[in-house]
Structure formats: structure tokens, C-alpha cells
Design a binder for this molecule. Structure first.
Ligand code: SF4
Length: 344
């Protein structure tokens, strides 16, 4: 196990070495999310230990998720293998990737701070606590489970719905296994709000408490009020579109293996055409406010539906000057339903 000098992460160096020794790639593209790019040299040191010497290129792109596998970059540089750090494989991909690919999740190996354990126990309520984590922190779940059980709580770590995922793991767009697990408080162990907010969106019940256990800040944060605020805002956007129907929408689809969703595109396109709405379909590798503004200059749609990642309309594009919907919200608008659905 190699560890970064400041923050301990298990980058499973032996798996990286075995992968290279087994496949003997000529050229490897290494992809890391921005938050883990500090591990680049640790990965390179690991690769240096292998006798086989491939050409190495480091992708500077953001690598937002396992969905965002840089096959196009690998193709452009003639790489025959990709090492993708920070995620487990994405369970839904819409086309075959013909590069040898290794996913290294980079597990956090630090101890859960005692203060955080105490804060978690003081923040939870009810009898049954459901324990989840983003991939980096799934190894912390057993420690938290033991602590809460010692305090008298019943705990559940949900089984993953896909073989690619770990016990208790959530992705920003995969929570169905957690939503199907009955509990009083749902804990998401992570660093930052991203994964916990996704769980709020999936379980909008006000009777359930969603708690973010932030490992690096050592804080347990009850997100119940924040969840209510976000969901109210999203339902407001949907209800406005139901009350003032749109004439045109643009469906924006991703292109990377886990972000290109042709079946969803077809379903939503037919749904909207069926109610007399003109539909444009657009592809893009990344989308932000500037890219969307440029697209809007072209098609001038009344609303935009983003398929690349269902978090983009909520986290990055919520203050765009036109309505931007997740796939689930687009279905709510077309079917005139106000029961919040996330993500699809
Ligand atoms: S939440 Fe978005 S970035 Fe994360 S795995 Fe899902 S589609 Fe990819």
C-alpha cells in the first residue's frame, strides 16, 4: 500500500502493477478527478516499480465520475490502456470501450476522528441508522457501525445494486438500494456535500434525517433543512413549467461511455413530441453555463434537459437564465407530476 505524504490513501499499487504486467500496454492514459490529482506522483512512483515500461500520459481533464472515462483522449493519443483513479466502474455504459481499463478507487486509510464519531451519535435520531459512503470512505463504515451499535442503535449497510459497487457505496446518481432500505437516519460518509445531497433528492421524505459525516472537517451535519430548501426550489421550477407549458426543449446528451444515454434520450424525446413540444437533441462532452449559453444562442429552447449527469442542473446550472432540468424533472414536467423524482 502506497500512502500520500499528507493524506493517507490506498491506491492499490499491487493492482496497478499486476494490470501493467498482465496487459503490457504500450501507452497508458492516467485519469484522476481534480480532488485526487495530488496523488499523480504517487501513481507514477508505483508504475516505475514495474519492469515493463509503457509510455504514460496524464489526463488534465476533470474526471467527474466513473461515467466520465476519457476514451476519446486515449484514442487521440493512441493509448491502449486507461488507469482511472478515484472511482469504481460505472454500471451503465452505452457503448463498448476497447481500451484495457483499470479503476482504482483510492480508499481513504485514515482513522475516523473520535470527535466525528461522537458528533454522529449526537446527530442521529430514531432506532435504525442506514450507513452509506462515497467510495473513498466505504472502509470507514465498519468503524462507524461498531460505534453506533455500542451506543444501542441498529445499523444497516445497504447491499449494492450492481456488482461494480462496494457495500454501502453511493454514487451521485445511484441511491435506489438506499431508498429501498428502511431506516430513521441515513448517514453519508464523504468529504463535501455532493453525495449527501443526492441522497436527499432520492429520499425527499421529511420524516427521514439525512446526515453528512464529513471525514476531513470532522463534522456530522444534519442536512434536513438544506434538503427541504433544494427540493422546494426544484419543485418550483417544475411547477412553473407545468403551469406555463414550453414550446421547445433541447435534450443535451453526454458522449463519454457512462454519460451518453441514448435510451433515455429517445424516451424523453418521444414523451415531449407526444405532447406537441419541438425537441432539439444536442451532444457535448462537458456542459457549464458558458457552454449552455452558447448552445442557447443557437437553438433558443424554452428549457434544457441534461442527460450527461443528473447533478448538473442542480449543482452547476441552477441559476442559468432559462430552466435546466434533470431527466427525472423533465419526466415530471411532461407528465404534469409534482412528486419529486431523482435522478431519472
Ligand atoms: S453523479 Fe454524475 S458524475 Fe457522478 S457518477 Fe453519476 S453521472 Fe457520473
Amino acid at each position: 500500500m502506497l500512502k500520500n505524504n499528507t493524506i493517507p490513501y490506498d491506491i492499490e499499487c499491487s493492482r496497478i502493477k499486476n494490470f501493467i504486467e498482465k496487459h503490457k500496454p504500450k501507452h497508458i492514459l492516467i485519469q484522476l478527478p481534480d480532488g485526487l490529482k495530488f496523488l499523480t506522483k504517487t501513481i507514477l512512483e508505483c508504475i516505475k516499480e514495474v519492469e515493463w515500461k509503457p509510455e504514460i500520459t496524464i489526463s488534465g481533464s476533470p474526471a467527474y465520475g466513473a461515467c466520465d472515462l476519457a476514451v476519446d483522449e486515449a484514442e487521440a493519443i493512441g493509448a491502449d490502456a486507461i488507469i482511472h483513479i478515484g472511482h469504481t466502474p460505472y454500471p451503465y455504459t452505452s457503448y463498448r470501450v476497447d481500451k484495457k481499463t483499470l479503476y482504482i478507487p483510492a480508499y481513504y486509510t485514515g482513522k475516523t476522528p473520535e470527535k466525528l464519531l461522537e458528533e454522529i451519535a449526537n446527530t442521529v435520531s430514531g432506532e435504525t441508522i442506514v450507513l452509506t459512503a462515497s467510495i473513498q470512505y466505504v472502509r470507514q463504515l465498519e468503524e462507524i457501525k461498531k460505534y453506533l451499535e455500542m451506543k444501542g442503535y441498529k445499523t444497516i449497510i445497504p447491499k449494492p445494486p450492481y456488482k461494480e459497487m462496494a457495500e454501502g457505496q453511493v454514487l451521485g446518481c445511484i441511491y435506489n438500494h438506499v431508498a429501498n432500505t428502511q431506516g430513521d437516519t441515513y448517514i453519508v460518509v464523504s468529504s463535501g456535500y455532493f453525495h449527501a445531497i443526492g441522497l436527499c433528492l432520492t429520499i425527499p421524505s421529511l420524516e427521514k434525517k439525512i446526515v453528512l459525516a464529513d471525514i476531513h472537517r470532522g463534522k456530522a451535519i444534519d442536512l434536513t433543512r438544506e434538503c427541504r430548501r433544494i427540493i422546494s426550489k426544484r419543485i418550483y421550477i417544475v411547477s412553473k413549467l407545468i403551469n406555463t407549458p414550453v414550446k421547445t426543449v433541447a435534450i443535451i446528451n453526454g458522449v463519454r461511455p457512462g454519460q451518453y444515454r441514448p435510451y433515455l434520450e429517445k424516451y424523453i424525446r418521444e414523451l415531449y413530441r407526444g405532447i406537441g413540444v419541438e425537441v432539439y437533441t444536442i451532444t457535448t462532452q462537458y456542459i457549464d453555463k458558458n457552454i449552455l449559453a452558447a448552445i442557447d444562442q443557437g437553438v433558443k429552447a424554452d428549457a434544457y434537459i441534461i442527460l450527461n449527469c443528473p447533478r448538473l442542473p442542480i449543482d452547476d446550472l441552477s441559476d442559468f437564465y432559462k430552466p435546466v432540468l434533470t431527466p427525472g424533472e423533465a419526466v415530471m414536467v411532461a407528465k404534469k407530476e409534482l412528486g419529486y423524482r431523482y435522478p431519472w
